[in-house]
Design a protein around this ligand. Sequence first.
Ligand code: HIF
Length: 295
Amino acid sequence: SVTQVVKSKTKFTPTKEDYQKVYNRIADLLDENGEYDDGSYGPVLVRLAWHSSGTYDKNDNTGGSNYATMRFDPEALHAANNGLNIARTIMEKVKKEFDWISYGDLWTLAGVVAIQEMQGPKIPWRAGRIDGFAKDATPDGRLPDATQGSDHLRNIFYRMGFNDQEIVALSGAHALGRCHTDRSGFEGPWTFSPTTFTNDYFKLLFDEKWVWKKWNGPKQLEDKKTKSLMMLPTDYVLTQDKSFKKFAKAYADNQEVFFQDFSKAFSKLLELGVPQSQFVSTEPWELKTTDEQQR
Ligand code: HIF
């Protein structure tokens, strides 16, 4: 007779505490390489979270953060994603230690960690994304083109389901990080503190005089005074378009209002394309910063 051995394998069901552990691991990685850019991987991780979500099209419900399709060519090679291989490689370390997390959850969580650890607002976040396949990848051209104007900006972000106020609120994330000539062709940071989340992006838009940079690269602006800061044409348009300008001014004047609106809009961005039924909780979680945990 044959004795059948049934191996009972219980599936690991992660709790909020398990995701907090992943959060903490990502937080520890942020400044592990002081030589990188301005000393933090935070900004490039915010960009990864956004580019993995911003492919969403509400008309056919394709794209978004659910399937983490940027793992696959050709999406990984789309020009808009240049440089994000750096962010994905860092996240591989975390994935090895916490193999139960999906890439979509990992990448969006990394954006949350980066913003919260760089002094930004709390970003409510939910787990539940699943790994998809190459066939789920979206065609090139879904992410914004920085050389264009307000019509393009609206076309792209309305397609994701955002309104003018949310477009402006989101844009404040360019307080973080910098442009790299070998990634996008553009050059330089938007603010003097590219690893701290502030409303300086909006303040600088209105307080500085912005002039076109004279160079061989793509069309960008520089601040007349120091020539060390930059704005993309899509950033500058927030001061030129009447509807955008109203919100940009409000965020320049009140950092608390900006933080509140940014938190809502960014949280929404990170959930684009994820079916409600997939989320493990109805209420989004607020994960603790490392400061709050006094680690
Ligand atoms: Fe960016 N963005 N973004 N962006 N972005 C760049 C870098 C960052 C746009 C273009 C660029 C958003 C919207 C838009 C971040 C976060 C967000 C770069 C430079 C370009 C060209 C890339 C490089 O050379 O390394 C355009 C046209 C957008 C539509 C308005 C979001 C709101 C601001 C959605 C957002 O969150 C971050 C962070 C960086 C910095 C990355 C780094 O490596 O430092």
